[in-house]
Design a protein around this ligand. Structure first.
Ligand code: G3I
Length: 400
């Protein structure tokens, strides 16, 4: 994509006028010594024309699927035409952000609500978009009924919870069989501190640990999912894999599963980060998975780069948007990150942003110390391409 005409043209005119002035003033031929013009500062880069934006899925087709997480209302063309337009133009993958979680589907034992997810899957199928399924087992979205029962007999109680887990996964994976290309089987099960391989503040871990290994629910989940669908790719998904300590815990879990012959296909890296992200950390995370086993697939599953570089940062840009300098920093970070991602295309199967545009992001209500508007994605609140979009589709675009 060429730099915008006005920018190129003004640069040429500015250079020509300086050369002409120098020739007049510097000739020494008796003319008065006219003061040299101040050195002209290059014009600020102008955002390219949105109508010239290439489709993300076309730009990245040689490397990996490019996806967006969606919530149900965003596929409604009547109420969200701009979201539908972005989804159908730019994305080759959709992640169902919430409707496939147990707190939506698992109404009660043996009673399921597939309706919202089925609508999103149908939209994707109607528009030739593949679906990434998220997530079967997550401590945050597991309804209490999974764990109801008499704990006085821990062996019987553990067997009851295990049966519920296996039945739920079998029924849900069977329902979506042939309609999704990947499942986040377990989400955020790794420990956060050195040596704490497993997250233990999980009702699944607690229930299983009453009589046996607390982490065995992870193996049970993968085996049940594989038994229900022999073809779908099965992932363990977690955040902060760019952090060496968290990554070591997660990969210790993956190694253990591989050693036991558990059917796991890949690692999902959420990459919920900020505009000061070091792409080297992501590079290390993807490389570590590749080095663990050539059979493993990498996926970036929930990418967003908050413009606030920490929960305590007092700044709040409000609803008016972000300063150009901040947009430029975000764009440079996205550009550096996608340069790394493209280098891992042999193992990297998809890259999904956690949302379509800045108009709807979980970060706006993610419980930060105060309510603040965030701007973490590639399209702005008006669903127009941001500097971050142009930064990853065209290395020649000059950034602010
Ligand atoms: O739809 C209901 C609405 O009817 C109700 O009035 C409202 C108030 O209770 O809740 C709405 O549901 C909310 C849902 O988001 C849709 O907005 C749930 O309460 C809320 O818990 C849910 O939050 C989601 C969160 O996961 C928990 O499931 C976020 O949208 C979603 O972005 C977030 O995504 C997670 C990934 O799944 C895993 N990785 C971390 C990521 C961010 O937390």
């Amino acid at each position: 994509m060429q730099a915008p005409r006005s920018c190129a043209l003004s640069t040429i005119l500015a250079a020509t006028s300086v050369l002409l002035l120098a020739a007049c003033g510097g000739g020494g031929g008796g003319g008065s010594s006219t003061p040299r013009p101040p050195p002209s500062t290059p014009p600020a880069p102008q955002l390219p024309d949105a109508s010239t934006a290439p489709a993300l899925k076309t730009v990245f087709a040689p490397y990996f699927r490019i996806g967006a997480a969606v919530v149900l209302e965003q596929i409604d063309a009547a109420t969200h035409p701009d979201d539908v337009a972005l989804l159908t133009k730019h994305f080759s993958s959709i992640t169902v952000a919430n409707a496939m979680k147990a707190d939506t589907i698992a109404v009660a034992e043996g009673q399921y609500n597939f309706e919202p997810a089925d609508q999103i899957v149908a939209f994707a199928q109607d528009n030739g978009i593949e679906v990434r399924a998220h997530t079967l087992v997550w401590h945050v979205t597991s309804p209490d009924w999974f764990f109801a029962g008499d704990r006085s007999d821990p062996v019987a109680y553990r067997a009851l919870v295990r049966h519920r887990l296996q039945t739920y996964i079998t029924d849900v994976v069977t329902h979506f069989k042939g309609k999704v290309y990947a499942w986040d089987v377990v989400n955020e099960v790794a420990g956060a501190t050195e040596g704490q391989i497993y997250r233990t503040d999980s009702p699944w871990y607690e229930a299983y640990s009453l009589s046996g290994e607390g982490a065995d629910y992870i193996e049970d989940a993968f085996r049940a999912a594989r038994a229900a669908d022999p073809d779908v790719k099965l992932f363990i998904n977690d955040f902060l894999t760019e952090n060496a300590v968290k990554r070591a815990n997660l990969l210790a879990i993956v190694q253990d599963l591989l050693d036991k012959g558990v059917p796991i296909d890949g690692v999902g890296h959420q990459i919920h980060s900020q505009i000061n992200l070091s792409a080297a950390g992501v590079d290390a995370a993807l490389t570590a998975v590749e080095e663990l086993s050539p059979s493993l697939i990498n996926e970036v599953t929930e990418l967003d780069l908050s413009v606030y570089t920490g929960p305590s940062v007092p700044s709040n840009y409000g609803a008016g948007g972000i300063p150009n300098a901040v947009a430029g920093q975000q764009a440079r970070t996205y550009r550096e990150l996608f340069d790394v991602l493209r280098r891992h295309d042999a193992s990297l199967d998809s890259v999904t942003t956690w949302g379509i545009s800045d108009a709807e992001t979980w970060l706006d209500y993610s419980g930060t110390t105060f309510e603040r508007k965030d701007y973490p994605l590639l399209f702005d609140v008006q669903r127009q391409p941001k500097w971050s979009f142009w930064a990853i589709v065209d290395p020649a675009v000059q950034l602010p």
